[in-house]
Design a protein around this ligand. Structure first.
Ligand SMILES: [Zn+2]
Ligand SMILES: [Zn+2]
Length: 291
């Protein structure tokens, strides 16, 4: 079988399994069902935006692009998944293994932590995931090519919970399959990665983009909050690349010198020279347009 044929067969078999899992999840609502947990988290953030004081003046439903962002939630977290995003993660592992086979290495697994204490497992997965996301996020800002994709997320001038999913789908198709590799190295399947990704990362994203005016005090120095993430979206910052890159742990930004939380300023959201189209189709093609 040719290499390309093998890749295609691997993709299709993984795709069949993950689509069956997603369909089953959607058809069987329960308290432990991942999609319904994420939906509950979104509704909770939505509720917080309604009842708590606001960081920015706009309301919840009348925020610019509220409905477009809601569409993005379904597009990025359901449609792209059904189209084969997690099968792409598994296929990336397959390709890595094929390359390693040249050096007589036939497994990515270095150590399986699946029998370890569950709390320790979650902690290890969390640290690996969050650090990899942090590095990937810096690259999205530092590479001119990648910034064309990520700029779509930063062009938003008003933020609310669903703004977290307002990004170009190719952004996640480049990084997340690579970030899966460390997971495979400690013994986890692509389905485990899917569950971890959609719960921990997505739920926290809803929270950090909320338009709520709560002062988080010392917590800002440990975890990413709506207060610190607003500065990540600001254009009145001290350098041209960005600050506060963390997904969840702000500790990474503090360690690498990117943490920024001035007491006497208010973040002005958006990007300079905002040429990102306002409509979804325009945004899909924006990264490929010539400057
Ligand atoms: Zn960013
Ligand atoms: Zn953001």
């Amino acid at each position: 079988m040719s290499f390309l044929k093998e890749i295609s067969t691997e993709f299709q078999s993984q795709q069949t399994a993950i689509v069956a899992f997603i369909k089953h999840s959607i058809k069987t609502p329960s308290f432990t069902n991942v999609y319904y947990c994420v939906l509950a988290a979104y509704l909770l953030c939505f509720f917080l935006e309604v009842v708590l004081p606001k960081q920015r003046k706009h309301g919840v439903l009348n925020r610019k692009f509220f409905w477009q962002d809601t569409f993005y939630v379904f597009f990025n977290d359901l449609f792209i998944y059904l189209l084969g995003f997690f099968a792409l993660c598994a296929t990336t592992e397959f390709v890595f293994l094929k390359i390693l086979a040249v050096f007589n290495i036939h497994s990515l697994e270095i150590v399986s932590i699946k029998k370890w204490n569950p709390i320790l497992q979650i902690l290890i997965m969390f640290l690996i995931q969050d650090f990899c996301e942090f590095i990937a996020h810096i690259l999205l800002h530092r590479s001119n090519f990648l910034w064309r994709f990520h700029k779509i997320h930063h062009a938003q001038e008003e933020l609310g919970a669903a703004s977290t999913r307002h990004f170009h789908f190719l952004e996640m198709c480049v990084f997340k399959p690579i970030i899966y590799i460390p997971f495979a190295m400690i013994g986890y399947s692509v389905l485990d990665y899917f569950l971890f990704q959609i719960t921990v990362q997505n739920v926290w994203g809803f929270f950090t983009h909320c338009n709520i005016n709560v002062k988080w005090g010392w917590l800002n120095y440990i975890i990413n909050t709506p207060q610190t993430h607003a500065w990540h979206h600001a254009k009145n910052i001290p350098n041209k690349y960005g600050v506060n890159y963390a997904s969840i742990l702000n500790i990474w930004d503090i360690l690498f010198g990117y943490f920024y939380l001035p007491k006497d300023k208010t973040p002005i959201l958006g990007v300079d020279k905002n040429d990102v189209p306002k409509n979804f189709i325009g945004q899909l093609f924006y990264p490929f347009k010539k400057n």
